[in-house]
Design a protein around this ligand. Structure first.
Ligand code: G4P
Ligand code: NA
Ligand code: NA
Length: 191
C-alpha cells in the first residue's frame, strides 16, 4: 500500500535492526483517515472470502480492525490479554509468548463471541514472530471455527512470522512488507 509505505518512510524510525517506531500514526497517535484507507485495502483483498467476523488483539490492532469491520459490515471482537488464567468454562484461553517484549500473556476469548460456523479474519498492527496471530488462530480453531485470513498492517519480513503462518496454510495480506531495518534505513519488499 503506497500511502502507508510513504508514511512509514516519512515518520517511522528504526530503533534498531528489529524495531520500527510508528507512534505518530499507528501505535500512539492514530491517523483515522489512514486507518480508513487501510480498512478499504483489507476489504478489497478479503471481500470474497466469506468472512463472518473480524478479530483483533488489544490494543494497537483495534484501529485498523474497527475500520475494516465497519467497511465490510461485519462484527468485530477484540481478544484480551490477561495476566492469569481464568478458571471457568466461559472462555477460550491460550498462552502467547512475546519475543519482542520477552513476556507471556493469556490471550482470551469469551465463548459468547464465536461459534463453529465462523470464518474469521484476524487483523493486527505488526507481524514479527507470528506468536500473537498463531495464538489468535488457536482460539478460533479451538472453537471449531475457521481462520479465513490474516490481515497485517506492517509485516517485518526479515522475521519469521510470515513464513510460519504461510506454512500453516493461512492466507495473509500485509499492507507494508519491510525487508530491512537499521539506523536511518527502512526498506520494503518490491511487489
Ligand atoms: P509476534 O506476535 O509477531 O510474535 O510479535 P511480538 O509478540 O514479538 O510483538 C510484541 C508486541 O510488539 C506487539 O504489540 C507487536 O504489535 C509489537 N511489535 C512487534 N514488532 C514491532 C515493531 O517493530 N514496532 C512496533 N511499533 N511494534 C512492534 P503488543 O505489545 O502485544 O500490543 P499493542 O502494542 O498492540 O498493545
Ligand atoms: Na499489536
Ligand atoms: Na504494538
Amino acid at each position: 500500500m503506497k500511502k502507508l509505505e510513504e508514511r512509514i518512510l516519512k515518520e517511522g524510525r528504526a530503533l534498531s535492526k528489529e524495531v520500527l517506531k510508528v507512534d505518530s500514526f499507528l501505535n500512539h497517535a492514530v491517523d483515522t483517515k489512514l486507518m480508513y484507507d487501510i480498512g478499504e485495502e483489507f476489504k478489497k483483498y478479503f471481500e470474497n472470502h466469506n468472512i463472518t467476523k473480524i478479530f483483533t488483539i488489544e490494543s494497537s490492532g483495534i484501529a485498523p480492525a474497527v475500520m475494516t469491520a465497519f467497511l465490510m459490515d461485519l462484527p468485530m471482537v477484540t481478544l484480551k490479554k490477561k495476566t492469569s488464567k481464568i478458571l471457568n468454562g466461559e472462555v477460550y484461553q491460550t498462552t502467547v509468548h512475546s519475543f519482542t517484549k520477552d513476556s507471556d500473556y493469556e490471550l482470551t476469548l469469551s465463548k459468547d463471541y464465536i461459534n463453529s460456523n465462523d470464518k474469521v479474519l484476524i487483523i493486527d498492527d505488526f507481524l514479527a514472530n507470528g506468536e500473537a496471530a498463531k495464538g489468535a488462530a488457536r482460539l478460533v480453531e479451538e472453537a471449531g471455527a475457521k481462520v479465513s485470513g490474516i490481515g497485517i498492517v506492517i509485516e517485518k519480513s526479515f522475521q519469521p512470522g510470515r513464513e510460519i503462518l504461510e506454512e500453516k496454510g493461512y492466507d495473509i495480506c500485509s499492507l507494508a512488507r519491510i525487508s530491512k531495518l537499521d539506523k536511518d534505513v527502512i526498506e520494503f519488499i518490491e511487489e
